[in-house]
Design a protein around this ligand. Structure first.
Ligand SMILES: [Zn+2]
Ligand SMILES: [Zn+2]
Length: 122
């Protein structure tokens, strides 16, 4: 759509309609309110855990290897994020929906860049 047709209000916050994280699965899926569906392999979610312990306090959020890839806990946080807990008792990662929307590894959202080689500002 041409820029002139964009609504005047600021970018609306990404909002998930449904979040699927079946026990034993290796991926989490989110259907967004704009009709997009994102599929996140657990490896991607764990690697991009945005907590300070994984990422430090400064710099962009980057993929970090290591840790359990078994999702054990999904808890919505204040309508703007989900907290993901992992089987190795790592439960400090709070993933905002805005971050998750940008993290979507589908070819459209990642623009052909290898999902694990991307980095994200806070
Ligand atoms: Zn972390
Ligand atoms: Zn996408």
């Amino acid at each position: 759509m041409p820029p002139s047709e964009k609504p005047p209000e600021p970018e609306s916050l990404p909002r998930p309609l449904t979040l699927r994280a079946p026990m034993g699965a290796r991926q989490m899926e989110i259907d967004w309110h704009d009709g997009h569906t994102s599929i996140y392999p657990h490896r991607l979610l764990r690697g991009f855990c945005p907590c300070a312990q994984c990422q430090g306090h400064q710099g962009a959020i980057r993929f970090r290897e290591g840790g359990s890839l078994e999702l054990s806990e999904v808890e919505e946080v204040g309508n703007y994020a989900v907290r993901l807990g992992w089987a190795d008792d790592h439960t400090t990662g709070i993933y905002s929906f805005r971050f998750l929307r940008r993290l979507c590894p589908c070819p459209t959202c990642s623009a052909g860049v290898e999902p694990e080689s991307r980095s994200f500002g806070h």
